[in-house]
Design a protein around this ligand. Structure first.
Ligand SMILES: Cc1cc2nc3c(=O)[nH]c(=O)nc-3n(C[C@H](O)[C@H](O)[C@H](O)COP(=O)(O)OP(=O)(O)OC[C@H]3O[C@@H](n4cnc5c(N)ncnc54)[C@H](O)[C@@H]3O)c2cc1C
Length: 339
């Protein structure tokens, strides 16, 4: 029996474990993959847009040679911090659902049972859901999307050299992938349904990508959607003229973002806004409609994934643990507006 079970071992789940531990609460972190699995699966050459101090957790400094950490540095940092705080975690353990004891639980108001993929169960007085959003890409729901040359995750550029690659989307991920691929001699076409790149693209990427487009080194098809994927090509429709076309595509990268796993939240009894998919939770304490169950980090974002980051998500744990321990709840930013 734990005081708190935290589901998800990303930066925000680890921050929750640290806060629980500092407050003298017994805790268990259940993580379906490796430690900080989402970051492990990020593009190999990625660099965080946040400065290193803004993604620190537990008050432990994150010293790096430059200003912004890369993926490897972040993986090293979070692993060492987890070890430093002696966090209690079980890796490669996926939570399938959580039930709440209906009635008067022994010695406390709440009692949860957590069911995992390996047929094990764990019990806790409180649950913190910190499952992020990276597991669930936004599918286009078009024919061919499940073919082997199509992916919703970009890894590294070299497998694509001297091939035709269609990138769907025009956000940071799509732009960063396009630039890396172009520099690895791939022939890149960005297809996006709006008229231009998204306004949220990092300001330092904009001149780079726009100049490459101007030079004809990266191709764009704006106001266009892809309608089907076949081996070697995609079908397109221009959303303004209705004109149909085709593009050569040895590979298709669908980088249209991710969304928290609504099914898991529902399995745990958490209700969601039908339009925004934002879970029902108290804006100060992060407690959901299930008493004793909290959301922490990016899992609370619904469709607004661009508003919750490590930067603000790491703070949620403080308010949650304050609430659990009956202390005055520290005020933390719930969502932040970014460029
Ligand atoms: C390419 C990229 C760059 C980014 N750069 C930045 C940046 O510079 N600054 C910033 O602040 N943010 C950045 N972000 C966003 C940030 O990485 C995420 O917000 C961060 O990982 C969120 O942390 P989290 O702990 O909420 O979720 P995650 O890190 O996604 O952790 C959730 C964890 O839960 C696990 N999990 C999911 N379901 C289950 C289950 N059923 N049972 C058990 N475990 C489960 C997952 O395996 C995962 O490890 C970036 C995101 C991307 C994709």
């Amino acid at each position: 029996m734990y005081d708190v079970i935290i589901i998800g071992g990303g930066p925000c789940g680890l921050a929750a474990g640290i806060e629980a531990s500092k407050a003298g609460l017994s805790h268990l972190i259940l993580e379906k993959g490796s430690l900080t699995e989402s970051i492990r699966r990020y593009p190999k050459m990625m660099r965080f847009f946040s400065t290193a101090e803004n993604i620190e957790i537990g008050g432990i400094p994150f010293p790096i040679a430059g200003v912004k950490a890369n993926r490897t540095e972040a993986l090293q940092y979070y692993r060492k911090v987890a070890g430093y705080f002696n966090l209690n975690f079980k890796l490669f353990t996926e939570v399938k659902h959580v039930t709440r004891y209906a009635g008067q639980a022994p010695n406390g108001p709440e009692l949860f049972t957590v069911f995992t993929n390996n047929d094990k169960t764990y019990q806790a007085r409180k649950i913190i859901l910190a499952t992020g959003y990276f597991d669930k890409p936004r599918w286009l729901q078009i024919p061919g999307e499940d073919l082997p040359h199509v992916t919703h995750y970009y890894d590294e550029p070299f497998q694509y050299s001297y091939t035709n690659v269609v990138i769907v989307g025009a956000s940071n991920s799509a732009v960063e992938a396009a630039l890396e691929l172009y520099r690895a001699d791939a022939h890149v076409t960005i297809v996006h349904r709006a008229e231009d790149f998204r306004k949220t693209v990092k300001y330092w990427l904009v001149p780079d990508v726009k100049n490459r487009v101007k030079e004809g080194k990266i191709h764009t098809k704006f106001s266009t959607c892809i309608t089907r994927i076949e081996p070697g090509k995609v079908g397109t429709t221009n959303l303004q003229t209705g004109e149909e076309g085709e593009l050569p595509a040895d590979f298709v990268l669908i980088l249209t973002g991710y969304i928290p796993d609504a099914d898991l939240l529902k399995e745990c009894g958490v209700t969601l806004d039908p339009e925004t998919q934002v879970p029902t939770y108290d804006r100060e304490t992060f407690e959901t409609n299930v008493p004793g169950m909290y959301v922490c980090g990016t899992v609370m974002a619904g469709v607004y994934t661009e508003k919750v980051f490590i930067e603000n998500g790491r703070e949620h744990a403080k308010a949650i643990i304050d609430h659990i321990t009956g202390k005055p709840v520290r005020k933390v930013a719930e969502l932040i507006d970014r460029i």
